[in-house]
Design a protein around this ligand. Structure first.
Ligand code: GDP
Length: 446
């Protein structure tokens, strides 16, 4: 993934620097230049990168580096802090209050994912007990109302719009009034998407904003727009009082750096990210994990801390090696199950991994999970070494499955369930392949 590539480049630059016998200004500059190039190619705006480079140079004390302190940590920490600072505009976005009507206006370029995001935002809050409603003030794009209507109906969210009225201001005001009367507490106004150059459409957006007086204007930005992010975000901010940013399509090949530029241009925080086309592919944005990921440290910090804490020291290097190879065999699963059972509070280590926590070991059902793991292990006891060490998913054919079931006194169905579990975990595990796994010295970045 592109974000991981950026992290890899930055890590290599730091590694390269820390390998140098003497760290002088020249070596530090080389390292920072490489990091600058990496960030630029990840679509972070030039000015921002330059400022960051200046700040890091001001923070990093060459004498400390020379004195043999952990150089990687010092530099990484400085970069981490700078990136977090870039993503934090210093003031939080307006937070709507449940039970009190708030008007949220969405703006953004056509195709940015604005209409989809309006529904996602409504759906997210609806699940948390809000009463959201959607108003389609996009009279510019044919089919906009139908799209919103379709999404809203699917999510069972009330909506307002018109096929005949061409004045978006009128529709927006009527929609807001209607839903205020219906005691909706989150009235979401979708506006027409536009391009920066379209002055008339920008004027329309301004009028909708003036007429509806939104509590919050959210700028929706496609993460793949690249270096154009800063200018576009700024153009919107100049027309309407943007107070928050949502970055969409983070599931694609986006470089993610545009998010930093949008924050800088609008002086508003990113509040959510879109990670897919579906309604629930929507995540609250959290600065620190995002930056960790950007630096290739992934959401590993907590996970790695746990490994160091609970996996026996002599087993750590091997486990880390296996993690970075990304090949998840049944034997690895068996060994991790053993660790989990030995370690007492179940799920300590692997609860840090998405797949292990939610499905295999749901909270509050530890006893059942433990029994399930033991059952799985009994079945694996009936496996051959070849089966345990294989990375070929096709190896487990029908006759092998039947033999394992017979040998362990379990049903074929149960063996298949265990193998499904294995496949699910293997898929998650494979995502870690090639990732640089930080060692203990690189931790403490949060
Ligand atoms: P609008 O013109 O800004 O209202 O954009 P739409 O809401 O119509 O979205 C444009 C396209 O982007 C649609 O095909 C959406 O399904 C897609 N889309 C929106 N958000 C995301 C996202 O987070 N990830 C992915 N992969 N696609 C998205």
């Amino acid at each position: 993934m592109v974000l991981a590539e950026l992290g890899g480049r930055i890590s290599r630059a730091i590694q390269h620097m820390s390998n140098a016998t003497i760290i002088d200004e020249k070596v530090l500059n080389e390292c920072l230049n490489e990091i600058t190039r990496a960030l630029l190619s990840s679509d972070v705006q030039f000015q921002l990168v330059r400022d960051m480079q200046k700040n890091i140079k001001a923070i990093v004390n060459l004498e400390d580096l020379a004195a043999g302190h952990n150089k990687r940590r010092i530099i990484q920490q400085a970069i981490f802090n700078e990136l977090c600072k870039m993503l934090d505009p210093g003031k939080p976005a307006f937070t709507p209050k449940k039970g009190k009507p708030s008007i949220i206006m969405f703006v953004g370029l056509q195709g940015s994912g604005k209409t989809t995001t309006c529904t996602k935002y409504a759906y997210y809050h609806q699940k948390k007990g809000w009463k959201p409603a959607l108003v389609c003030a996009d009279t510019f794009r044919a089919g906009a109302f139908d799209q919103l209507k379709q999404n809203a109906t699917k999510a069972k969210i009330p909506f307002y719009g018109s096929y005949t009225e061409s004045d978006p201001v009128k529709i927006a005001v009527e929609g807001v009034e209607t839903f205020k009367k219906e005691n909706c507490d989150l009235i979401i106004v979708d506006t027409s998407g536009r391009h920066k150059q379209e002055a008339a459409l920008f004027e329309e957006m301004r009028q909708v904003s003036e007429a509806t007086k939104p509590d919050l204007v959210i700028f929706v930005m496609d993460s793949s727009i690249g270096q154009a992010a800063f200018d576009q975000a700024q153009a919107f901010k100049q027309s309407v009082p943007v107070g928050a940013v949502i970055v969409t399509k983070m599931d694609g090949h986006a470089k993610g750096g545009g998010a930093l530029s949008a924050v800088a241009a609008t002086k508003s925080p990113v509040i959510f990210i879109g990670t897919g086309e579906h309604m629930d592919e929507f995540e609250v944005f959290d600065v620190k994990p995002f930056v960790s990921r950007l630096l290739g440290m992934g959401d590993w910090t907590g996970f790695m801390d746990k490994i160091h804490e609970v996996v026996p020291v002599d087993q750590q290097p091997e486990l880390l090696q296996k993690l970075s190879e990304g090949n998840f065999t049944l034997r690895i699963m068996y060994e991790q199950f053993q660790n989990i059972l030995k370690m007492g509070p179940i799920g300590q280590v692997f609860s840090m991994l998405p797949g292990f926590s939610a499905e295999l070991m749901p909270k509050g059902r530890e006893k059942e999970s433990q029994a399930k793991i033991k059952r799985y292990m009994t079945m694996m006891d009936s496996m051959t070494n070849e089966e345990l060490d294989s990375t070929n998913p096709k190896l487990m054919n029908e006759s092998r499955i039947m033999r394992i079931a017979r040998g362990s006194g379990r049903q074929v169905r149960e063996v298949m369930e265990m193998l499904e579990e294995y496949k699910r975990l293997a898929k998650i595990w494979s995502k870690m392949k090639g990732l640089k796994i930080p060692t203990r010295g690189d931790m403490n970045m949060r």
